[in-house]
Design a protein around this ligand. Structure first.
Ligand SMILES: [Zn+2]
Length: 83
């Protein structure tokens, strides 16, 4: 499987599970302890907006307008290090 990682604004539950499994966050997600990078609310299948890589770690972002706009700024200001 190649990396087909990209911003996800619409994910199916199965894809989401697979993605979170791949990035090592599935346990926290299922346990209800996975938190939004920006507002630190618990992120669930209902409010997840995106999965991002931040300083080598994967983080999730919830779908609140404030968090989405912070995400846009975050993505715009950082230099993607693709390796
Ligand atoms: Zn948030």
């Amino acid at each position: 499987m190649g990396s087909q990682f990209r911003d996800l604004d619409a994910v199916h539950a199965d894809d989401l599970d697979n993605l979170l499994l791949k990035v090592g966050l599935i346990k926290q997600f299922k346990g209800g302890t996975l938190k939004c990078k920006f507002c630190h609310d618990v992120v669930t299948a209902d409010n997840i907006y995106s999965v991002i890589k931040d300083s080598g770690q994967y983080k999730v972002v919830c779908e609140k307008a404030g968090c989405v706009s912070q995400l846009m700024q975050f993505v715009a200001t950082r230099k993607p290090k693709v390796d």
